[in-house]
Every structure is written in C-alpha cells, then in structure tokens.
Design a protein around this ligand. Structure first.
Ligand code: CP
Length: 304
C-alpha cells in the first residue's frame, strides 16, 4: 500500500508484516543507540489540524529514530488561519521536496480526499470520528505482547462508540485477526450500523467485563458530544465507569486498555488506570515501534 488511510483498506497479511517489522524496531529502540539510518533520504511532514499529544510526539520520535528529516505543522499557528485550503497547504509543503505526509484532521475522510489530490504517501493519524489506524495497530500489538496472540481473544470496547475513530479502527483490526469483539456503552452512543460490522452490542458493563479477556475503555469525547446523546457524566460513570471494586468482583483478571487521554474518574478510576492490569503506558511505548514499522514499510514503496 502507498498510504495507510484506514484499517478497512489493509489485510491480515499487512498487519502481520507491520507487527513483525515492529518487533524488530522495538528491539532497536531498547538499545543504547535508539536510531537506525534507514530513512536518511526521506522527508516527512506531520500535519496536525487537530490537537494531539501521544500521536504527534510518537510519529515524530518514530521518524527521527528512522533518521528521516521531519517537519511539523500545526494548523492553529499556520496560514490555514488566513483561509488557505487543505490542498494548497499540503501541495506547498510537498513542493519543498517532502515525500510523506502524516495527517490528523477533524473531518472524517480528510486523508482519503487528500490522497486524490496530492502525489505523496499519506498516513492517517486520526480523521474525525472515522479511523485512527495506527492506534488500532498499536492496540493489537499490545494485546499480542500481553496475551501472546490476538486471534480467539474476547475484546470489549467500552464507551462512546458513536464518536470514536479508535473503536472503528479497532473493530476492523481485531476482526481481521480473528478476535471476538463486543461493544458496550449507552444506546445513545452506539451507531446504528454497529452490528453490520460483525460485533455484538452488550449494554450491561458487568456482563461485558465478565465475558472479555481485554477491555478497551474509550474516552468520552465531550468535544464531539451533543447534549442530547447522554444525560450526564455522573450517570455515565455510574453505569459504564470501571473501578477497582468492579474489577475485583470478576472471577478472572482482565487486561485494561485506554487510548488516552484519560478522563480520570469518568471512564476509569486512577486505581485502575495505574494498576498492573492496565497496559495504557505499554500502548504508548509500543506506538513508537509500530509507527516506525508503518513509515519504514511505506517508505520502502516510495524508494522502489
Ligand atoms: N490516543 C491518541 O490519539 O491520543 P492523542 O489525541 O493525544 O494523540
């Protein structure tokens, strides 16, 4: 593939190749010298039209550890504010001999749209409520690391499914790899098409947790929320928040994931987020190796 626009557009074999490559880079970044010279001849632009901490810094670090030249663009401090279009913005950046674009954008499908108008590889770093493919890949990589494999595992994605690009990309990735997937959350935050993706809806959190090996706790996306979706944060937490007492009442120890940023005390309490059952910081650490693998594999297509 020349782009990574979504998990919908890749195969199980692509995922296996990314993970095998990421295994190698994970070993590289644990060495005293964390860099390889592989992409000295590649220049990458990180274009962020929406806020980010983890994804932005993880991509930058991944690119630098591959020895690529890196430029960073934040829409809020750019000529986008003077009315410049997305296509003009990106084509101006590409004219400076940039080979690859990593883009986060608030509009679903922004990367797909851009791919029809520019001549460079694009990696989707999150497009509105559509997809966040690198997050889903680092999530599956982290499940594989903790539990040995993804195939056959029971994974529940909990919370604000409606607004979540993490949920959609995870559903595609987990299904491709043979995991069993359920979604759990309030009916008002459940998209109408969800069952057509081959996942079961479980409205009862306790039952969902009792069933699963892994619970991926999504952030309640207040910035995308209409007041009518769900009555209140307090009610959400009462029905769908996970605390230590709830986890200890289950008859097995499950793995807790969260893509970040966490609303502490809303989706999960601090004693869960900071416990040994949570692999939240492992997910962040693995993000660098997984993104190195993705960029390396795409760059090798550019060089062909
Ligand atoms: N998980 C994630 O995408 O976090 P950021 O929004 O901070 O990049």
């Amino acid at each position: 593939v020349q782009h990574l626009l979504g998990i919908k557009y890749i195969t199980k074999e692509d995922i296996e190749l990314i993970f095998k490559t990421a295994d190698h880079f994970k070993e590289v970044i644990n060495r005293p010298i964390k860099k390889v010279p592989s992409l000295r001849d590649i220049t990458i632009a990180n274009l962020f039209f929406e806020n980010s901490t983890r994804t932005k810094l993880s991509f930058e670090l991944a690119e630098k550890r591959l020895s690529a030249d890196v430029i960073n663009f934040s829409a809020a401090a750019s000529s986008v504010k003077k009315g410049e279009t997305l296509i003009d913005t990106v084509n101006n950046i590409l004219s400076m001999k940039v080979d690859m674009v990593v883009m986060r954008h608030p509009n679903p499908g922004a990367g797909i749209f851009l791919s029809k108008h520019i001549n460079a590889s694009i990696v989707n770093a999150g497009d509105g409520a559509h997809e966040h493919p690198t997050q889903a890949l680092l999530d599956s990589f982290s499940i594989r690391e903790r539990l040995g494999e993804v195939a056959g595992k029971n994974v529940v994605i909990v919370g604000d499914i409606l607004h979540s690009r993490v949920a959609l990309s995870n559903i595609y990735a987990l299904k491709l790899q043979g995991a069993n997937v359920k979604v759990c959350g309030p009916k008002t935050l459940m998209p109408k098409y969800i069952e057509s993706l081959g996942v079961e809806v479980e409205l009862d959190l306790r039952k969902a947790l009792q069933w699963c090996d892994v619970a991926n706790m999504l952030r309640v996306q207040n910035e995308r929320m209409d007041i009518s979706y769900f009555p209140s944060t307090r009610e959400y937490t009462q029905q769908y928040g996970v605390d230590k007492a709830l986890l200890e009442s289950l008859d097995k120890e499950i793995v807790i994931m969260h893509p970040g940023p966490i609303n502490r005390g809303v989706e999960i309490t601090s004693d869960v987020a900071d416990s040994g059952q949570a692999i939240i910081l492992d997910q962040v650490q693995n993000g660098v190796a997984v993104r190195m693998a993705i960029i390396y594999l795409l760059a090798s297509k550019i060089k062909q």
